[in-house]
Design a protein around this ligand. Structure first.
Ligand code: SAH
Length: 268
């Protein structure tokens, strides 16, 4: 494979070089001519060139590295349906895209993978502008996203992700499939936005506040965090039915959503 420059660690550049895995990832997307694809961090374009063969309506590839984006513009100059944008994905997520049937692919840069996912979850407009996300995470992060409660991996990321997204684990990917080889394996997950079957909140931020506070004291009973959250209004909290002696990881996802709802009713 042709590498145009020394991979940059600061941009999480680990390029996927295993053709078989690239094919498997693309298959998960079920791409057809009606679909519009947004790719986060296309890098050398290994996934991109495979996406092109499926002939989607449009591909928007957002790459922060100027040199790589320049390289890609040249590489794909003969394709009318692909647009390479040299931007930081964290600064271009919230702009609404007018296209329909958007699938977002990304072999995400490790250092900002959870930040990107949380942005996709907490969008103001819901259902959001995308139909599905097909994202690769370091395995340990994927394990936290799909964790069950009462396990160590269960936490803020689990609660936030499962609130508005239907999550599916596809497969693990060995570190050997990348250049340069990272220290850890990866996992491919896909997500679909829930339409109505989730607890509606006025402002998604309240779930962020609730989870951040409760999980900042993982080892402690939740009564302390509740006092911090609700203060003098603690006695007004209802509909929760929880044992305040429990630790946050013993609660289930649904309970966190109800706590956020109470937080909005009494404080937010
Ligand atoms: N998809 C390619 C590259 C993955 S490496 C492959 O699988 O081979 C991650 C890519 O994300 C790199 O190309 C890196 O330059 C890019 N990147 C890192 N931070 C980014 C950001 N904030 N916005 C957009 N792209 C970013």
């Amino acid at each position: 494979m042709y590498i145009i420059q020394k991979p940059k660690k600061s941009l999480g550049q680990n390029f996927l070089i295993d053709k078989n895995i690239i094919n498997k990832i693309i298959e998960v997307g079920n791409i057809n001519q009606n679909k519009c694809i947004i790719e986060i961090g296309p890098g050398n374009g290994n996934l991109t060139e495979n996406i092109i063969t499926k002939k989607p309506k449009k591909i928007i590839a957002i790459e922060k590295d100027y040199k790589l984006s320049f390289f890609l513009k040249n590489k794909f100059k003969n394709y009318k349906n692909i647009k390479i944008i040299n931007k930081d994905i964290l600064k271009s997520i919230d702009k609404s895209y007018s296209e329909k049937n958007i699938t977002i692919f990304g072999n995400l840069p490790y250092n900002i993978s959870t930040k990107i996912l949380v942005l996709f979850i907490l969008l103001k407009k819901w259902p959001p502008f995308y139909d599905s996300l097909i994202l690769m995470f370091q395995k340990e992060v994927a394990d936290r996203i799909i964790a069950k409660n009462k396990t160590k991996a269960f936490g803020r990321l689990t609660v936030l992700s499962n609130w508005r997204l239907e999550i599916k684990k596809h497969f693990d990917i060995s570190r050997n499939c990348f250049y340069p080889k990272p220290k850890i394996d990866s996992t491919l997950l896909s997500f679909k936005p829930k339409k109505n079957n989730f607890l509606k909140l006025k402002d998604p931020k309240s779930l962020e506040i609730v989870t951040r506070l409760l999980f900042s004291n993982r080892r402690k009973m939740i009564n302390k965090s509740f006092l911090k959250l609700f203060n003098k209004k603690l006695h007004l909290v209802k509909n929760l039915n929880i044992d305040f002696k429990k630790r946050p990881e013993e609660l289930n996802n649904e309970t966190f959503y109800k706590i956020a709802l109470e937080y909005e009713r009494l404080i937010g």
